[in-house]
Design a protein around this ligand. Structure first.
Ligand SMILES: Cc1ncc(COP(=O)(O)O)c(C=O)c1O
Length: 425
């Protein structure tokens, strides 16, 4: 096999893309293909994959039934813009599964869905401000880039833009709160209630689970004040449970956003929620004060819809979520055992379907706890895992259903090596 193809590809990428990559993932890794729970790089090294395309490939790569379904559609046409049966059926399946989803609209990315959700909340309430949690990720809109990953910390609720190019005025529309601090949010609502359109929250923020009562408090306080509660379920939808975080935690928002899994690996996302809020998208109301413009060339394209439909059908089968959680627990237990044996201060944070190690001795309840953890240890740990054939994003393990006993055993050996490397660092 030809070696060092990756270096050549990395050099070519550097010529045509800023920082040589599609985004912020390590551009020195160039993936050639994926099958099941493994991916291969351009040099032929294989990895047990916990990146899973940044979350969509819950069934693993190239699931034969999904591939068959997509191939069946390919020869019939890739995109129509007009309504099509696959897209309509997927909308029905999602509305059946997700409690808050009386209606939905498809878009192409999670970030687009979040942008529309915030806009809908403004249209519905006639108010402009939005409460967002520090460290919460809602895509790349101007609002979402406020206090996404700030390194210069400000006093709450002041928003910090994490990107250039955002008008100063957007900062004034966003109020930033610490995740898991219901009392702080109540204070903000008391002070600004008449100005606030929405609270947007990842019900499980990045990795951090909600404290008992936190989501319930958000629900109660927003309901009392006619504020729209938005759950960003781009990650948690169809992952924490078939009905998403709202099923798992038993708290129902007014709107939610979905992405990743619902497109089965192809670009598709959705904004979903109560029919009276979604009605602002009704094009028959163009010209009315509350009309909210919503359209996209690829929205509901049949290829992605077919991939999503088959993926969700497989997830409805008996035992799917039990298996997924069991896979995750196996990895979490290996992490706990090897890091504890190595006497390395750490917390395993998250849920069996997505989690990571945070190198700190203190409990992790919000963004600042993660920011103050030991990032050098995390880098070393992840690097050793990579060298040992385990691929993960910098701050997450995404578990898939495709993991075999052999993959899990390989993962445990890599974890043992990585824990060992920390001790010799
Ligand atoms: C919670 C959450 N919301 C929104 C997004 C944005 O989705 P996309 O990358 O499809 O725009 C992401 C992406 O990772 C996410 O994790």
């Amino acid at each position: 096999m030809e070696r060092h193809r990756q270096v050549a590809w990395t050099e070519r990428a550097a010529g045509v893309m800023p920082a040589g990559g599609f985004g912020n993932f390590d551009p020195s890794l160039v993936i050639r293909e994926g099958h099941g729970a493994r991916v291969w790089d351009e040099d032929g090294h294989d990895y047990v994959d916990y990146l899973i395309g940044s979350g969509p490939m819950l069934l693993g790569h190239g699931h034969p039934e999904v591939v068959d379904a997509v191939q069946g559609q390919l020869s019939k046409g890739m995109t129509f813009f007009a309504n099509n049966a696959a897209g309509i059926e997927l909308a029905e399946v999602i509305c059946d599964a997700v409690t808050c989803a009386e209606q939905l609209r498809f878009v192409s990315t999670g970030g687009e869905a979040d942008m529309y959700a915030m806009r809908l909340a403004r249209a519905h309430t006639g108010r402009e401000k939005i409460i967002k949690f520090e460290g919460g990720y809602h895509g790349m809109s101007a609002e979402s880039l406020m206090s996404l990953a700030p390194t210069r910390l400000q006093n709450f609720p002041l928003a910090v833009p994490d990107s250039a190019g955002i008008p100063e005025s957007v900062r004034d529309l966003m109020l930033i709160a610490p995740f898991n601090d219901a009392e702080f949010v109540k204070g903000l609502l008391d002070e600004h209630a008449d100005e606030i359109a929405a609270i947007i929250v990842e019900p499980l923020q990045r990795l951090i689970p909600p404290a008992p009562g936190f989501l319930e408090a958000l629900r109660e306080e927003t309901e009392k004040r006619g504020i729209v509660l938005i759950f960003d379920e781009v990650v948690t939808g169809f992952r924490l449970a078939y009905g998403g975080a709202q099923e798992h935690y038993g708290v129902i928002p007014d709107l939610c956003t979905l992405g990743k899994i619902i497109g089965g690996g192809l670009p598709l996302a959705a904004v979903a929620g109560k029919a009276d809020i979604m009605a602002h998208f009704d094009a028959n109301k163009a010209g009315d004060a509350g009309f909210t413009y919503q359209v996209g060339t690829l929205s509901g394209n049949p290829l992605a819809a077919i991939a999503g439909l088959k993926t969700l059908e497989i997830l409805r089968r008996d035992g799917a979520y039990e298996q997924l959680r069991q896979n995750g627990k196996t990895v979490m237990t290996a992490l706990e055992n090897h890091l504890t044996n190595g006497d390395i201060p750490h917390q395993i944070v998250g849920d069996p379907v997505l989690f990571d190690v945070v190198f700190t001795a203190s409990p992790v309840i919000d963004y600042r706890c993660v920011l103050h953890a030991n990032a050098d240890l995390a880098r070393c740990f992840n690097q050793t895992l990579r060298e040992q054939g385990v691929l993960k994003p910098p701050s997450k393990f995404y578990v898939s259903l495709a993991l075999t006993d052999d993959d899990l055993a390989h993962t445990e050996r890599a974890i043992a090596e990585a824990a060992n490397a920390l001790n010799h660092n």
